[in-house]
Design a protein around this ligand. Structure first.
Ligand code: PLP
Length: 484
């Protein structure tokens, strides 16, 4: 090959390991000798020039310094505009005109309120529990907050929470975990998805993720130079990913498979057979499984199922649990990663370099919550009751839907228009119409077909308030005259 100035990487496959791996070789001056030394071992290799060699910044002289400190009066850009990293848009950061889905919903809500100030918004768009954490948990927090021994850095967590998590997994799923090596807390489960890619993803590696879905692990995979392979969740496949349809060259580069069951937003639960297939594939194709169990305690179609109950699952991955949904503790920011000790250890190393742990009083209060199974049972019953009411109303208004297997989300096919002649090209159009014209808020999902997501986390203090809200929903949806 001809060497041109640049930063090189080498993708190589060896006889013993049929997976492409990327090796960064550095600038061409050092790349050539390094490549020669690597050349005899790989069975196949591809060498990429990954762009121009990074030029060192010129030293600042007095005039350059004044250019830096005095912003250009003709430009609104700060002096550091060109310094933003490519992963967030480079010099174009902050200049995009795209409006994101949730911002569009906010704007439509503002317009609906301005146009109809006396009409109550029926808000099925909120993805957060509507109640405070259980009184018993708040009392533990109140007591722990006053104890001096809880004041300091928590690092990777206190044993009380790890033990409570291990006991919870044993009681609920029959899964045995060593609290010292197989459980690590996280400050809510979201940061765990931001950190796990750091443990596995090199440039060019793949994370397979289901869509629609919770995107955080994918975003961070891209931040590390990796790629996301999307697995669509379709009704015809019972909202499970079709793992047989994934091409072999994708499997060769895949390091992580992120699953989420019960699934948000489709509401589907996984089956033991599906998880068995995942374990077998993970071993055959050599990837790590991360199962997002944020909604596991809101399982409606049977006993909640943990991925780690599957024979062999502990060899291939971790499950990430959250205190947010099942314990009304969204704002408390607590969760845990559990499973294979080596993966938990890698996660805890990344975490140790990212945060100093959740406040110990919060961890102890969360441990008290995990030790009390009556709390998630009460929350599950409430959302199931609300879900039953919502499904009955939506069916009467023409929606094709049923109580989901789990989660507080109902995922229903979006109407394509109205009897009076409106047409909706996508769920997003239907959402805007329902908010602006009828004050009914939903969230559109157009990633794999056009769907609307109704959340039963609306604010209603009593069951009578729930019923009144349902009556009003039925009336307005009836007036909307939706067609499919
Ligand atoms: C599917 C899913 N996973 C993970 C999370 C993150 O939850 P938390 O960070 O509150 O634990 C959410 C939150 O909405 C979610 O819906």
């Amino acid at each position: 090959m001809t060497w041109t100035r640049g930063v090189y990487s080498l993708k190589a496959k060896t006889e013993s390991n049929d997976k492409w791996r990327r090796h960064d070789l550095g600038p061409w001056i050092v790349a050539a000798p390094r490549l020669k030394s690597l050349h005899p071992c790989p069975a196949r290799m591809i060498v990429h020039n990954r762009g121009p060699t990074i030029q060192p910044k010129p030293p600042l002289n007095d005039s350059a310094m004044s250019a830096v400190t005095k912003p250009d009066s003709t430009s609104a850009d700060p002096y550091f505009q060109s310094l933003f990293a490519d992963r967030i848009g480079g010099a174009g950061y902050g200049k995009g005109t795209e409006i994101y889905k949730f911002e569009k919903i906010k704007r439509a809500k503002r317009k609906a309120l301005a146009d109809h100030p006396d009409r109550q918004l029926l808000d099925f768009g909120i993805g957060e529990n509507d109640s405070m954490a259980d009184a018993k948990v708040r009392q533990v927090m109140a007591a722990e907050i006053d104890k001096p021994e809880n004041r300091g850095y928590a690092d990777n967590g206190v044993i009380e929470y790890k033990q409570a998590a291990a006991d919870f997994m044993k009681r609920n799923f029959g899964v045995e975990l060593d609290p010292a090596t197989q459980v690590n807390h996280c400050i809510g489960s979201k940061p765990a998805y931001a950190m796990l890619p750091a443990a596995f993803i090199n440039p060019g590696d793949i994370t397979m993720m289901t869509v629609p879905g919770y995107p955080v692990a994918g975003t961070h995979t891209r931040y590390y130079g990796g790629e996301v392979f999307k697995l669509p969740l379709l009704a015809e496949n019972n909202f499970l990913p079709d793992l047989d349809a994934v091409p072999d060259d994708i499997y060769r580069r895949t390091k992580l498979l992120v699953l989420n069951y019960p699934n948000s937003p489709t509401g589907k639960t996984a089956t033991p057979e599906f998880y068995e297939k995942v374990v077998a594939l993970a071993k055959e194709k050599q990837f790590v499984v991360v199962q997002d169990a944020a909604h596991i305690l809101l399982s409606f179609d049977g006993k909640p199922l943990s991925f780690l109950q599957t024979p062999g699952a502990m060899d291939v991955g971790v499950e990430v649990h959250s205190m947010s949904k099942g314990y009304d503790m969204i704002g408390w920011r607590m969760g845990f990663v559990c499973g294979h000790p080596r993966i938990v250890s890698a996660f805890s190393d990344i975490k140790d370099n990212s945060d100093s742990g959740q406040f110990i009083a919060t961890q102890k209060a969360a441990a008290a919550a995990l030790n009390d199974d009556s709390i998630p049972e009460r929350i599950r019953s409430k959302y199931l009751r609300r879900m039953n009411k919502l499904v009955a109303v939506l069916k009467e208004c023409g929606f094709e839907c049923e109580v989901p297997g789990g989660t507080y989300f109902l995922y229903a096919k979006s109407p394509t228009g109205t009897k009076s002649g409106e047409t909706f090209a996508a769920g997003e159009d239907a959402t805007r119409h329902l908010i602006e014209q009828f004050g009914i808020v939903t969230v559109p999902w157009d990633d794999a077909g056009a769907f609307l997501r109704f959340s039963v986390t609306y604010v209603a203090a009593t069951e009578a308030d729930e019923d009144a809200l349902m009556d009003e929903t039925k009336k307005r949806l009836g007036d909307a005259g939706l067609v499919w």
